[in-house]
Structures are given as C-alpha cells and as structure tokens.
Design a protein around this ligand. Structure first.
Ligand code: NAD
Ligand code: UD1
Length: 343
C-alpha cells in the first residue's frame, strides 16, 4: 500500500481527499495542527471508508517536529500539501502570520523531501493567481497578476518556490493544482466544510442563512459588467476536486508527468453568478434564503471561470457532479450540523 502524507488533512478539501485516497487503496498519514479543523473529522472519514487515517497533530512550520514525524513513517511516496491559512481578510490585517505559516510550512516540506527520499508533491494553489483574467475562460498559460491580498500572494510565491526548488533538483517533481471555488460536502454528509465563525465564502453563508444562523445574505454588488450584475465564479464540487488529487498522485507515481512541474486548473468550465447560485440553491433545496444587495466587497474579482481542458486531457479528470447535486449536498451537511448542535 503506497503511503501518502497529507498536510492539512483534517481540513475541508483535505478530509475529502483523504476519503478518496483511502478508497483508492492508499495509506494516509495526516499532519495537521487543527488551527482550522477538528479532530472529530477522523470519525467521519472512518465512517465513510471504514479506515481511520493515521493522524499527527503537528505544525508544519516546526521543522524538528515535522522531521521527526516524517521519520516515523518511512517510504512516503508523495505529499499532498493542503496546510495553509486561507482567510483573505485576515491575511490583510495579519500578513506576517500568513507569510510565515504558508511559506515556512512549504519550505520545511521541500527541505525534508530529499532527506526522506520523498520525490513528489501536490500543492493546493488557487485561481486567485490569475486576478481578473483578460481572457475567459482562463487557461493555465494566462499571465499571473499582482496578488490582491497577502493570502493570494502566498499562493503565487509558493508556486515560484516549488518551481525554483525543482529546477535545482530534478529528482523532485510537483503538480500545482489551481482550484476555482470548491463547494459542497461528501454525499454521506459525514464530512463537509466547518467554517470558523462568520463565513467569508458564499455557500457556507447561504446555508447558514437558510438554517437561521444568519439573518440575511449580503450579495456584494449587482452593478458588475455581468448579465445579472453579480460576480461570476466557477463552483467546483469538493469530491470532484478531491478525486483530482488522487489522479495527480497516481500520475506522479506512474511517472506519467510531461515535465517536473505541471500546473492544472481544477474547475468545471462553467461560470455562475452569485444570484444564479442562490436561485438554484433555493429551488433544489426548497428553502428560502433572505438576501439583500449591498455594495461591492473590496478586492473582489468581477468574473472568473476555468478552462479545464488541460486537466480533462492530461489527467483524464472532469468535474462530474451537477451544481444541483452539489448544492443539495451542502444543505444536507448544514442540516447534519444542526442535528449535532442540538444533541
Ligand atoms: P481548511 O482551513 O479547511 O484546511 C486547511 C488545514 O490546514 C486545516 O485543517 C488547518 O488546521 C491546517 N493547517 C493550517 N496551517 C497549518 C500548519 N502550519 N501546520 C499544520 N496544519 C495546518 O482549508 P481548505 O479549504 O481545505 O483549503 C486547503 C488548501 O486549499 C489551502 O492551502 C487553501 O489555501 C487552498 N485553497 C482553498 C480554496 C477554498 O476555497 N477552500 C481555494 C483555493 C485554494
Ligand atoms: C475568495 C478569495 C480567494 C480564495 C477563495 C477561496 C477574496 C477576494 N477572494 O474567493 O482568494 O482563493 O475565496 O477561499 O476574498 N459573496 C457574496 N456574499 C457573501 C460572500 C460572497 O455576495 O457573503 C460573493 C462574492 O462577492 C463573490 C462570490 O460570492 O462574488 C464568491 O465569494 P467567495 O466564496 O468569498 O469566493 P471568492 O471571492 O471567489
């Protein structure tokens, strides 16, 4: 059984990826310091897969602890590096926390890879590196724009750090996955997104408003140059996204990469506006979401959606879930959280 180290594996995308890895026959070691996740997620993963992944409560910025942990599990074949802080607004007020956490974690891992003879790393990047693209849908060859936040900048810098490291050491290889907007939950509702405090992202805000935790959704702007005036994004189902990581790991282990560093957009190829997403959510789940239009949110991109052709062709991966099913899974998860709160 091939061993995979998953940093940030108790987080939202990480936990869904651990499920897919285990269901594909990999042995998973999770390293997470629980700064933005809960250890109970392991029970959810176990319920779905029948296997409780190995879990190490370690901060990836702590080199010595990380080194010792990796030492404990010889023969790791690849790292999937999710661990990062991701709140855009917080990164503006606490930039050094973001640069330290996100970049030191990555540098530690890259330094430890040759030491422990780990050759492969998959990195969680973001479509945020494209800023507002000049051409839509955006391809991987689009120019990288100046980041709008320290968080976004950590993704750009991390991509550069990985590329420079691999250019200097061809024994290593990387796949950089640029996620568009991941949403939804596992269809079992055993795992899902657990936002800390007031959600920043759209879908958790919608589900929390629908369940009564928030009084109304604020739609940030209806005066954009889009058909209904609200912003457009490419919302990608989190399980579909998770599956792409398994394929990326298999590609590396089977040495199918075309270059030492490969980059893939992970999106559906379809753009949806805020108002469209809200409308579909209400229809498929038969719930009302009170909302009002307010001013634009600072730093928002008007519209972005993926050209996923490279991932479709090279990885043989395609987003499968309909947005309707994805929005149903998000609501099922919110209902499950309510049930847990009331227990
Ligand atoms: P998340 O916060 O749910 O998961 C991140 C996990 O990393 C958490 O469990 C957290 O406890 C852990 N972590 C953070 N710093 C750590 C450290 N120093 N050491 C050990 N563990 C640490 O976030 P997510 O949505 O699952 O995102 C996963 C990755 O994908 C992140 O790198 C994020 O930047 C990236 N990404 C996310 C999105 C999105 O919309 N969710 C979009 C693009 C990229
Ligand atoms: C945000 C981050 C991006 C990060 C991504 C994933 C910003 C500027 N960008 O992207 O860097 O990679 O999250 O974590 O924060 N919306 C509302 N009301 C809300 C919440 C959101 O109308 O309460 C709108 C936004 O204006 C946007 C859309 O919904 O048009 C999606 O927002 P969000 O889920 O925050 O994702 P992004 O802004 O795409």
């Amino acid at each position: 059984m091939d061993r995979i180290l998953v940093t940030g594996g108790t987080g939202y995308i990480g936990s869904h990826t651990v499920v897919e890895l285990q269901q594909s026959g990999f042995e998973v070691i999770i390293v997470d310091n629980l700064v933005n996740s809960n250890v109970d997620v392991l029970c959810g993963i176990e319920k779905i897969t029948g296997v409780r992944p190995i879990f190490e409560n370690v901060d990836c910025t702590e080199y010595v602890n990380l080194d010792r942990t990796i030492e404990k599990y010889p023969g790791i074949k690849a790292i999937i590096h999710f661990a990062a802080l991701k709140a855009v607004g917080e990164s503006v007020s606490h930039p050094l926390e973001y640069y330290r956490n996100n970049l030191v974690s990555l540098i530690n891992l890259l330094e430890l890879m040759p030491k422990h003879k780990i050759e492969n790393i998959v990195f969680s990047s973001s479509c945020t590196v494209y800023g507002q693209p000049d051409v839509l849908p955006v391809t991987e060859d689009a120019p990288i724009k100046k980041a709008l936040s320290p968080y976004g900048n950590t993704k750009k810098i991390a991509e550069d750090i990985i590329t420079d490291t691999i250019n200097a050491n061809h024994a290593l290889s990387a796949i950089l996955l640029r996620y568009f907007n991941p949403i939804g939950a596992h269809p079992s509702a055993e795992i899902g997104e657990l936002p800390n405090g007031v959600p920043n992202n759209l879908l958790p805000y919608i589900t929390q408003t629908a369940i009564g935790l928030r009084s109304e959704l604020k739609v940030f702007g209806n005066d954009y140059n889009t058909p209904d005036g609200s912003c457009i994004r490419d919302y990608i189902n989190v399980v579909d996204l998770a599956k792409a990581h398994v394929i990326a790991v298999q590609r590396m282990l089977q040495k199918k990469q075309k270059s030492d560093v490969e980059i893939f957009n992970l999106g559906t190829g379809r753009g949806l506006s805020v108002l469209e997403l809200l409308d579909i959510f209400q229809k498929v789940n038969k719930v009302k979401v009170p909302y009002k239009i307010v001013g634009r949110r600072e730093g928002d991109i008007e519209q972005v959606w993926a050209n996923p052709a490279r991932a479709n062709k090279e990885l043989g991966w395609k987003a499968q879930s309909s947005v309707e099913d994805t929005l149903k899974s998000a609501w099922k998860w919110e209902l499950k959280l309510k049930e847990r709160r009331e227990k």
